[in-house]
Each structure stands twice: as C-alpha cells, then as structure tokens.
Write a protein that binds this ligand. Structure first.
Ligand SMILES: NC(=O)c1ccc[n+]([C@@H]2O[C@H](COP(=O)([O-])OP(=O)(O)OC[C@H]3O[C@@H](n4cnc5c(N)ncnc54)[C@H](O)[C@@H]3O)[C@@H](O)[C@H]2O)c1
Ligand SMILES: O=C(O)C[C@H](O)C(=O)O
Length: 308
C-alpha cells in the first residue's frame, strides 16, 4: 500500500510519522512545494526507523508528482494554517487554489486514489475536491470528526476525572468553531451515559471546550495543532489500508442524509478498503438536528465563495 501525503509541514510530517510507526503500509511519499523540504523531512523520519522499529519506506519530493503514481491513498495537508484570533474559514482564499491544483496532480498520477482532505476550511475543501476531481464520492473523505471526537473524549475524561479509555463519544456536523456538534446525549463512560455523572455546568464546559479545541491550541502554539491531527489521519488511513470497517465521523458529500444534500459535513461512516463503505444514519434529538441544519447553512455560505 502506497500513501502520498501532500504538505510536509506540521500536520503532514506528523501524519507520515504516525503512519510509519504503525507499520501497516509499504511506502509513504511526502510532497511539498518548498525546495528540499519534503526530502529533508523524509530523510529525518527514515533515520527514526531503526530506533522506532518500522519498515515503511518514506521518500520526499519537491513537487514531482510522478513519484506519487499508483498511490492508494493521498492526504492533502498543503496550505496555510490559521494564526491566533483567526477562523478556519479565513483561509479559503489561499487554500482553495492550493487544494484544487494538488488534487489535479494527484488524480492525474493516481486515477484510482482515495483522497483524505485535511486543509482548512476542511468541509469546504472536501466539497471543492468533490466538484473538481472527477472521483466517485466514496473516494473523498474530509478529516475533522476523528480529531474533534478525540478532543471531545479528552474533555469528557477531564470532567469525569476518568481515564480516557473509559470514555466514548462522537462529534459530527462542521469542523468549525461554531458548527461542531459534540453528541453528549450519546457519550458514555463504560456504556453508562455521561449525563448520569456530569451536571449541567460540566456538560456545557465539555461541549464548549470541544468546539473551540482547535482555537485553544492555536492560541497556545501560535499556529494550529499537529500531533492529534496527524494521529487522526493515520487512524483513517489504517482503516482503509487494513479494511477495518471502522465507524469514524468524516466530512462526506451528503445526498439526503440528515436532511442535507450537495454539501460535505461530518457524519458517522464505515471506513474500509473502498474508502467510504457507507454513511451511518443515527437518531438525533430535535435540538441536535436543528444544530446540524444550522451548521450546514453556515458551511453552505462558505462554499458559496468557491470558484471552480
Ligand atoms: N482538518 C483538520 O482537522 C486540520 C487539523 C490541523 C490542521 N489543518 C489544516 O492543515 C493545513 C496544514 O497545516 P500545517 O500546520 O501542517 O501547516 P504548515 O504550514 O506547517 O504546512 C503546510 C505545508 O504545505 C506546503 N504547501 C503549500 N502549498 C503547497 C503546494 N501547492 N503543494 C505542496 N505543498 C504545499 C507548505 O510548504 C508547508 O510545508 C492547514 O490548512 C491547517 O488549517 C486541518
Ligand atoms: O484549528 C485549526 O485551525 C486547525 C485544525 O482544524 C484543528 O482543529 O486543529
């Protein structure tokens, strides 16, 4: 299994590192536009192979997409990250052009590829890939929900004073500060609804901190996060590579599911060797459905700024 990661910056390199360390694919190709950067990151990572015990071959290239030919999966992380005080949506002006060009190059060299979109604003970038790549919709997957759900579990464990392995939960809808929908009604500690343990104030804290998880880290780091994003991508790539059929919330093109069409939004899906094996429809409370619809409205407005 060959995986290409475009953008050898913070998220791209972290994602390549986690993929290599889990040792489930033969080759990872890093691509960047900055001269020598991907080659340098690849060499540095390869020099961890004997230390960390993996056999995945990592190579780098400055924009030579012929080296990506025959990729099963490609991850798009190229583009600018936000700075403190910015929203993800403000990145559209620069990142849309980059994502469109990168997609064209990927598909030209790997017509059968499955693309995982990471660059922000991610739901809109995933939509752009759908509109421009010519790939079938089960082959385009936006990464947001896997990361947001990991942050939700982190905040739940904190509020419950429990180990993270005790908690489970999922975030759907938009990958944005206002449009994320942490499903508190379905979150559990060892099968018991967390609402039995957390009072209203704690429930509100968990939800609000989850929604601004990316902004909180951006404020602390001066740029956006990379470890958890890289790990989240590696889980999705592994689900495809190993045909795990894991249920992961991903930003997918909807066709009537959850009352929405012609939009990419975070919904639970079964991820396996074909990419999206199916979208899972779960019951939402009226309040949750209203928030999902509201998030869709906001993402649709951002999508309106795209030029194809
Ligand atoms: N979806 C998510 O959950 C999530 C999580 C974290 C970051 N992000 C987004 O991922 C993107 C990357 O973040 P980062 O922290 O890695 O940024 P970064 O600046 O560290 O890395 C981006 C890399 O992309 C490269 N690049 C730019 N244009 C390119 C092109 N045309 N072709 C190839 N490479 C190109 C840059 O040279 C740079 O090395 C940002 O848009 C960020 O907002 C999304
Ligand atoms: O917060 C960001 O801008 C980056 C990413 O979307 C994240 O959630 O970490």
């Amino acid at each position: 299994m060959k995986v290409t990661v475009v953008g050898a910056g913070a998220v791209g390199a972290s994602c390549a590192e986690y993929i290599a360390m889990k040792d489930f694919c033969s080759e990872v190709v890093l691509v960047d536009i900055k001269e020598g950067f991907a080659e340098g990151k690849a060499m540095d990572l390869m020099q961890t192979a004997s230390l960390n015990g993996f056999d995945t071959k990592i190579t780098g290239t400055t924009g030579d997409y012929s080296k990506t030919a025959g990729s099963h999966v490609a991850v798009i992380t190229s583009g600018i990250p936000r700075k403190p005080g910015m929203t993800r949506e403000e990145l559209i002006g620069i990142n849309a052009g980059i994502v469109k060009e990168v997609t064209e190059n990927l598909v030209k060299n790997s017509p059968e590829v499955i693309i995982i979109v990471v660059s922000n604003p991610m739901d809109t970038m995933a939509y752009l890939v759908h509109k421009t790549s010519g790939l079938p919709k089960h082959k385009i997957i936006g990464m947001g929900g896997a990361l947001d759900s990991a942050r939700f579990k982190y905040r739940l464990a904190e509020a419950l004073e429990a180990p993270i392995s005790d908690v489970d939960g999922m975030v759907i809808a938009a990958h944005s500060d206002t449009g994320m929908l942490p499903l508190l009604s379905k979150a559990t500690r060892n099968g018991v609804p967390v609402t039995e343990f957390l009072d209203d104030a704690k429930q509100k804290y968990v939800i609000e901190e989850t929604k601004v998880g990316g902004a909180t880290l951006t404020k602390l780091l001066g740029t956006s996060a990379w470890y958890a994003p890289g790990a989240a991508v590696s889980v999705m790539v592994q689900a495809i590579a190993c045909d795990q059929k894991k249920m992961i919330p991903c930003s997918l093109m909807l066709d009537g599911e959850y009352g929405e069409s012609d939009i990419c939004l975070g919904v639970p899906a079964i991820i396996g060797k074909n990419g999206v094996e199916s979208i899972v429809t779960i019951s939402l409370t009226d309040e949750e459905q209203a928030k999902f619809t509201e998030a869709a409205k906001a993402v649709r407005e951002v999508n309106g700024d795209l030029k194809f």
